[in-house]
Ligand binder design. Structure first.
Ligand SMILES: [Zn+2]
Ligand SMILES: [Zn+2]
Length: 310
């Protein structure tokens, strides 16, 4: 495992301009120099992020981070570029992914870290998943056309610019036809769950997602746990923990200090690892200032590496 060996010998102390650093979040972890160390949740234009992997790496460098993970949705296509950029500017890039999985009726995002992004099995699945998305979009367009909505599959594909195609792209195209007044109306009337042009998504079960990450040599984490929390209980969270995940993302923009502490407590109780990051996407989301604010300490990453070699 030479990648891991390389990572272990790296220098974690960033040498950046302190004036650029944003560390005002109560959840942000900092090292001895009062700098956040790692951001293990970042997206690029290989999924729904705005920037290229290289640009994301440079942004992290500017903030003063020393370790990041590129975790695109259901894609590992940005990882090589990010690693290369990381080598050039002395940032460690952990190969990651954010898999969309299902537990019952809940969509659960599972983060994978230290994966072998060249794993044939993983790549085979991602290829299949992309093809399924295209098939689903094509069927939704066919149903919309039957409903006399004049959207064209080819132009939707073009607008998606190679990103994984989904309902947002279709909604934007329907809105453009003038048949509806708003983007949300497209969901309410046509492509929302149970609506006439809605088509079921391919289901990846959480335990299969966890197994896939593990087979690719990585560790799996429940992303932004608040998203699977019921208002009354944490049943889904505990069920997902039982599938054998390695950890929970305890630092994330969706978690205030109190919630972050709550999930930290659960992680400790169940001997789970912790992770965290900004879930940076860029562009219209205006989340640029999240980079560095949701940093994690070196200890979290050390604990992951210990688990990997155990
Ligand atoms: Zn997510
Ligand atoms: Zn994400």
């Amino acid at each position: 495992m030479d990648k891991l060996a390389h990572f272990r010998y790296c220098n974690y102390h960033p040498n950046s301009n302190k004036a650029d650093i944003i560390v005002d979040s109560p959840a942000a972890a900092k090292n001895a120099d009062n700098l956040p160390v790692g951001d293990l949740h970042m997206h690029t234009h290989y999924s729904d992020g705005f920037f290229s992997p290289k640009e994301v790496v440079y942004k992290a460098k500017k903030i003063g981070l020393s370790v990041i993970a590129i975790t695109d949705h259901d894609s590992v296509n940005g990882i090589n570029e990010a690693i290369e950029a990381g080598v050039a500017c002395n940032i460690n890039v952990i190969p990651g992914i954010e898999l969309s999985a299902m537990y019952g009726e809940r969509e659960v995002h599972i983060l994978g870290y230290f994966i072998n992004h060249r794993s044939p099995e993983l790549n085979e699945y991602l290829k299949f998943f992309r093809a399924e998305r295209v098939k689903r979009a094509r069927e939704m367009v066919r149903r919309l056309n039957n409903l006399k909505i004049p959207v064209a599959f080819d132009s939707i594909m073009q607008n998606a610019e190679g990103r994984s195609i989904g309902r947002p792209h279709i909604a934007a195209a329907v809105l453009e036809t003038g048949s509806v007044k708003s983007y949300l109306e497209v969901f309410h009337k046509y492509i929302g769950f149970g609506c006439p042009a809605y088509v079921e998504k391919y289901r990846l079960e959480v335990n299969d997602a966890v197994a896939m990450i593990s087979k690719a040599g990585g560790l799996s984490f429940i992303a932004h746990p608040e998203s699977i929390r019921d208002t009354t209980n944490d049943t889904v969270l505990f069920e997902v923990i039982k599938t054998g995940v390695d950890g929970i993302e305890t630092i994330h923009p969706s978690l205030n200090k109190q919630k972050s502490m709550y999930y930290r407590g659960i992680a400790q109780e169940y001997y789970l690892l912790e992770s965290g990051g900004s879930d940076f996407h860029g562009g219209k989301r205006g989340d640029e200032d999240h980079i560095g604010r949701y940093g994690i300490p070196l200890e979290y990453i050390d604990a992951m590496q210990t688990r990997l070699v155990a």
